[in-house]
Design a protein around this ligand. Structure first.
Ligand code: NAP
Length: 254
């Protein structure tokens, strides 16, 4: 892992959604490249388990219980990262939830929860990190968007709207803070094999042909393939990449 790269020596990263899937793989990749990592997740014990595994491998890592939809919890996660790891250079927003239903049957509560975690949670973490990035004149944000921001995913109205919002937020941040040394990019992933897909259930009466158009035709890939691209965007190798989205979808949207 990391192909011998050490792009995060002396760098400190905070990764949300770190207990599983792409977030976990990103923590592992950044640590493998010499970085210190605050692993934050709604499930505090999952976050701590990831951090513990990283520490066992010789990395500096911290597990943080954090619901990204809770502004105080997010501020607390950023504060703990800075206090206990000594700073903050990279923020990766990977926390996310997904559910499928016919849009005319979507409840307001379910819609609000998806937006609160995926979009507002991303905003809250960026808002908490930005003052420190601006103060030090350097900082990198990588947000998890989705192919759902680029190509219609039936039965995922809230998720699609949230990921379109994440993409627009990313572009906005890149322009607003670019001159202050902050970069913000997002990854539009598709077909990454993680537990998030366990939530998939074809809604009753749904037309399965709508599903085929968003299937990864070269097969699902592991979260490490996504983490490698996140690590590139978070590293100085992407020093002149700002306000960009990168598809990691095996040509699903090509
Ligand atoms: P995952 O394995 O389910 O990871 C998501 C993580 O986020 C889980 O650990 C989850 O914790 C955590 N989480 C959920 N709600 C949270 C909250 N309120 N606060 C903090 N953490 C929370 O799924 P994944 O595939 O790695 O997804 C990571 C990101 O990639 C998501 O934003 C997702 O939308 C995006 N993405 C994934 C794919 C794909 O093909 N897998 C495609 C496009 C985009 P719990 O398990 O405790 O709920």
């Amino acid at each position: 892992m990391g192909a011998g790269l050490a792009r995060f020596q002396d760098r400190i990263a905070l990764v949300t959604g770190a207990g599983s899937g792409i977030g976990r793989a990103t923590c592992e990749r950044i640590a493998a490249e010499g970085g210190s990592v605050a692993c934050a997740d709604l499930d505090g014990s999952a976050a701590e388990a990831v951090a513990q595994a990283l520490r066992a491998g010789g990395s500096r890592a911290l597990g943080v219980a954090c619901d990204v939809s809770d502004a105080d919890a997010v501020e607390g996660a950023v504060a703990r990262t800075r206090e206990e790891l000594g700073g903050l250079d990279v923020l990766v927003n990977s926390a996310g939830i997904l559910h499928f239903t016919h849009t005319h049957e979507e409840t307001l509560d379910a819609w609000n929860r998806v937006l609160a975690v995926n979009l507002t949670g991303t905003f809250l973490a960026c808002r908490a990190a930005l003052p420190h990035f601006v103060e030090q004149g350097r900082g990198v944000i990588v947000n998890m968007s989705s192919t759902a921001a680029l190509k219609a995913h039936a039965w995922a109205a809230a998720y699609s709207a949230s990921k379109g919002g994440v993409q627009a937020l990313t572009f906005e941040l890149a322009v607003e803070y670019g001159k202050q040394g902050v970069r913000a990019n997002c990854v539009c992933a598709g077909g990454i094999q993680t537990p998030i897909h366990e939530s998939f259930q074809l809604p009753e009466g749904a037309d399965p042909s709508l599903l085929r158009r968003i299937m990864p035709f070269t097969g699902f890939r592991g979260p490490e393939d996504c983490a490698a691209v996140i690590a590139f965007l978070a590293s100085d190798d992407a020093a002149h990449v700002n306000g960009e989205f990168v598809r990691v979808d095996g040509a699903m949207c090509a």
